[in-house]
Design a protein around this ligand. Structure first.
Ligand SMILES: *[C@@H]1O[C@H](CO)[C@@H](O)[C@H](O)[C@H]1NC(C)=O
Ligand SMILES: *[C@@H]1O[C@H](CO)[C@@H](O)[C@H](O)[C@H]1NC(C)=O
Ligand SMILES: *[C@@H]1O[C@H](CO)[C@@H](O)[C@H](O)[C@H]1NC(C)=O
Ligand SMILES: *[C@@H]1O[C@H](CO)[C@@H](O)[C@H](O)[C@H]1NC(C)=O
Ligand SMILES: *[C@@H]1O[C@H](CO)[C@@H](O)[C@H](O)[C@H]1NC(C)=O
Ligand SMILES: *[C@@H]1O[C@H](CO)[C@@H](O)[C@H](O)[C@H]1NC(C)=O
Ligand SMILES: *[C@@H]1O[C@H](CO)[C@@H](O)[C@H](O)[C@H]1NC(C)=O
Ligand SMILES: *[C@@H]1O[C@H](CO)[C@@H](O)[C@H](O)[C@H]1NC(C)=O
Ligand SMILES: *[C@@H]1O[C@H](CO)[C@@H](O)[C@H](O)[C@H]1NC(C)=O
Ligand SMILES: *[C@@H]1O[C@H](CO)[C@@H](O)[C@H](O)[C@H]1NC(C)=O
Ligand SMILES: *[C@@H]1O[C@H](CO)[C@@H](O)[C@H](O)[C@H]1NC(C)=O
Ligand SMILES: *[C@@H]1O[C@H](CO)[C@@H](O)[C@H](O)[C@H]1NC(C)=O
Length: 674
């Protein structure tokens, strides 16, 4: 009797436990479609896309600390998307505005849209973006008879947050879809004890899609997402497919007038155990097959000679080939390949604004079917230190790309499947500029050098003591020609003559690899001119450099650049590059007599002339003659806070107006007293 009763109890417990397990979709189910059991119940009556966020559990973590705001807690939560509308929701991106310094350790079935790995700190995001993986698309109820597994997705999120949750659950501040075609009202928080928020996204009636290509480009019954625009786009086109491998063409296109890459490095993450058998037009940083030999790939491809395999890393890094490989039949012969990793803006040279290479990929079970194609995820691209930083989204399936027939026939060849990755220039909050600007004028004999620590300073001053926050010492213009370390004597002598204060310790240097001097050269009634000088303090040459200068009022008066090729680019920006033969900014060199002469920077210089006919009332010395933004090779440079004036120095902008007013008031007072 007793044993029967206890086994009955045991069974009840087991049923209860498995019920609990059902409610918490286990993380080991990665890669399978989400459990279709009931999406989170919500009070919202939604005929659009229902987004919910359910906080499930918080557990206090050691170390226990006194300050409740610094206490770490582990949590799990479920974010769900339920498409209750009348159209597919393709390539969704879910934005969650975490605000308790959450550190995410897992999210499945999903990936972070920007490709960041876990653990991921959300503290600097205004909203963290998730994309679907492996299934990025949701169908709508009418199409699939309400099959929850096809119209909804539930993402289990695990992580750590900081603060004191009790009694309120730490809920995010916002929940929305990234797609501008939807408007998602701010989620209502029913009470301060609730553990979930929800919002219903409806199609935005004001949204006008600007799809550049109509679907006439080869797509048939399948509806594909439009190609998007971005600073840099990468297309991943499968051009040949076999049961266990495929050949993909990867094309990187630069669309931004100030985007630029030197020595690009591209990396991605294989999500399904694929490996790279061969490549043309580029090569992996590491030729390494050990991961395959000891991994499932070696077990599956028993007969494959792995000594011919190129790379088995999960996250390979790919580099461009040198131009000499272009005609190599084994490595090159891909149009737009082999340019030593240089990608220029199209405004400079359209033929050098894209890069391409081919990669042959081997797949693993269960994807051994010609039609089972999955692109790699988590793309990242970077250039040299003086290039902008890029943030890339996840690949999105687009209509198959068309390639002109190689033999010159009038027909086009269609790719088997195409994906697009969109990357945009990003400015990390903590990032330091990599170049800086100094100002000088004919009417003031002191130059305003680059800002102290414009490009960063070592925490300990690099062994020497200097003040990282004191403003830079004004200099005689010729001191700008020598390295910072050799300016000290001149700067001190100048301060003595001019009765400037000298802080002790002295201000630190700018530490910039490239600095640009903007000198007001002349200013007369009909026009004015500036002289721009580029200094290269680095050990490397810059080939094909460019500078973009944003001028305010003065832009309309731009006339000519004499020793550079300057063009007006719109948006108040003048784009300048070296003329043919003068497009090298050489590295810093030793002086003529290294014993006594300081090292000499590489220099390029040109006079730029402006007319005042089209810009009446322009006040060159008052600030209109100075650029508001300067970019070198796409990277924004640090500008000084003050400009030289004929009376002295003043900070740019509002303070300038204020001191003008003060001057007026003072002179009025003086007049009244007389
Ligand atoms: C909800 O918040 C209010 C004000 O912040 C507070 O007075 C109240 O006690 C809270 N309710 C609960 C149940 O914590
Ligand atoms: C796209 O194609 C459809 C049907 O072929 C046509 O009705 C529509 O006007 C086209 N849109 C544009 C922007 O060309
Ligand atoms: C649509 O056009 C506007 C202005 O022309 C542009 O700012 C926006 O980025 C475009 N959107 C897409 C998705 O291309
Ligand atoms: C490649 O071959 C073509 C034609 O044979 C030649 O014009 C071109 O200069 C070669 N390019 C390089 C980089 O060797
Ligand atoms: C290619 O780039 C490397 C370094 O990135 C440089 O040393 C080399 O001179 C470049 N080659 C050419 C042909 O530009
Ligand atoms: C100057 O640059 C423009 C745009 O990049 C180009 O079309 C033009 O040929 C260049 N002129 C010279 C003299 O190099
Ligand atoms: C490959 O996929 C197609 C369509 O998904 C299917 O009809 C076919 O049976 C599959 N072939 C194999 C060998 O699994
Ligand atoms: C081939 O594709 C190009 C670019 O997509 C297009 O301009 C051209 O009209 C196409 N040619 C044919 C025959 O479809
Ligand atoms: C967040 O920004 C701060 C400075 O604004 C920086 O110190 C920190 O490293 C950043 N954190 C992450 C994870 O990027
Ligand atoms: C550095 O300069 C700033 C501003 O001039 C000053 O407030 C600070 O005390 C100086 N620091 C040191 C260590 O001298
Ligand atoms: C001008 O600047 C605006 C905003 O900064 C930008 O949206 C637009 O694309 C720019 N236009 C050009 C031609 O660069
Ligand atoms: C310039 O400064 C560097 C670093 O302090 C020093 O090694 C070098 O001797 C100086 N050169 C001259 C000519 O003073």
């Amino acid at each position: 009797m007793g044993s029967l009763e206890s086994s009955f109890h045991l069974r009840r417990i087991l049923v209860f436990v498995s019920f609990l397990l059902l409610l918490h979709p286990s993380r080991s189910q990665r890669g399978t479609p989400p459990d279709a059991s009931a999406p989170a119940p919500s009070a919202l009556d939604c005929n659009g896309v229902l987004l919910t966020y359910d906080f499930q559990r918080g557990q206090r973590l050691r170390p226990f600390v006194q300050d409740p705001n610094e206490q770490a807690w582990a949590f799990t939560a479920t974010a769900a998307i339920l498409n209750s509308g009348t159209a597919d929701l393709d390539a969704w991106e879910l934005l969650i505005g975490f605000r308790h310094r959450e550190i995410l350790v897992s999210a499945s079935p999903a990936v972070l849209t920007d490709g960041s790995p876990f653990p991921y700190s959300t503290s600097n995001d205004s909203a963290t973006s998730f994309s679907g993986y492996p299934n990025p698309d949701l169908k709508y109820p009418i199409e699939v008879a309400g099959d929850l597994s096809q119209i909804s997705v539930q993402i289990s999120i695990g992580g750590t947050f900081f603060g004191s949750p009790s009694p309120a659950a730490p809920l995010p501040s916002s929940l929305s879809l990234a797609d501008p075609a939807f408007s998602c009202p701010a989620p209502a928080v029913p009470s301060n004890t609730s553990t979930s928020i929800a919002t219903c996204c409806l199609p935005n009636p004001d949204f006008k899609p600007n799809t550049t290509t109509n679907s006439s480009d080869g797509s048939d019954s399948d509806s594909f997402l439009p190609r998007h625009s971005g600073d840099l786009t990468i297309s991943y086109d499968v051009i040949q497919a076999f049961p266990s491998s495929y050949l993909a063409l990867v094309t990187i296109d630069n669309h931004s007038p100030r985007g630029r890459l030197d020595d690009w490095r591209l990396s991605w993450e294989w999500m399904r155990d694929e490996f790279i058998y061969s490549m043309k037009g580029a090569y992996p940083l590491l030729v390494d097959v050990s991961d395959c030999l000891y991994g499932p790939q070696g077990e599956y491809y028993q007969d494959l000679d792995f000594s011919n395999v190129l790379n088995c890393e999960t996250k390979p890094t790919i580099l461009d080939l040198p131009p000499t490989s272009f005609n190599d039949t084994a490595l090159g012969r891909i149009p737009s390949c082999c340019r030593n990793g240089t990608i220029l803006p199209a405004s400079m040279d359209p033929s050098q604004s894209s890069s391409a290479f081919q990669v042959q990929v081997y797949k693993m079970p269960p994807d051994l079917n010609r039609t089972d194609l999955y692109p790699p995820h988590n793309w990242k691209i970077s250039g040299s230190t003086l290039n902008p930083d890029y943030a890339c989204g996840q690949p999105i399936r687009v209509s198959p790309a068309l390639f002109p027939d190689p033999s010159g026939l009038e027909s086009n060849t269609s790719a088997i499947a195409s994906w697009q990755v969109v990357c945009n220039i990003s400015t990390p909050k903590a990032a330091k500029p990599k170049c800086c600007v100094s100002f000088s004028t004919y009417y003031n004999d002191s130059a305003v050098p680059c800002k102290t620590c414009a490009c960063g300073c070592l925490a300990n001053g690099g062994g020497r003591t200097c003040n990282a926050t004191a403003p830079a010492l004004l200099l005689p213009p010729e001191a700008l020609l020598v390295p910072f370390d050799n300016r000290t004597a001149t700067a001190l002598a100048w301060a003595e003559i001019k009765h400037f204060n000298v802080p002790r310790p002295m201000p630190c240097g700018d530490n910039c690899g490239v600095s640009i001097n903007w000198h007001i050269n002349t200013d007369y009634s009909r026009g004015w001119s500036a002289r721009m000088t580029l200094f290269n303090w680095e050990e490397v040459n810059f080939a094909d450099w460019f500078v973009a200068v944003e001028m305010g009022k003065a832009y309309d008066g731009y006339e000519d650049t004499y020793s550079f090729n300057g063009t007006k680019m719109g948006n108040h920006t003048i784009f300048m590059q070296g003329l043919p033969g003068l497009n090298y900014l050489v590295a810093e060199m030793d002086g003529a007599n290294p014993e006594t002469d300081p090292r000499v920077p590489g220099k390029q210089q040109s006079v730029i002339s402006f007319t005042k006919r089209t810009t009446p009332g322009i006040n060159v010395a008052g600030g209109d003659g100075f650029p508001s933004k300067v970019f070198f090779n796409g990277e924004e440079c640090s500008l000084p806070d003050i400009i030289p004036t004929s009376q002295g120095f003043r900070s740019g902008g509002a303070v300038g107006v204020f001191s003008l007013v003060l001057l007026l008031v003072a002179s009025t007072l003086l007049l009244l007293r007389q």
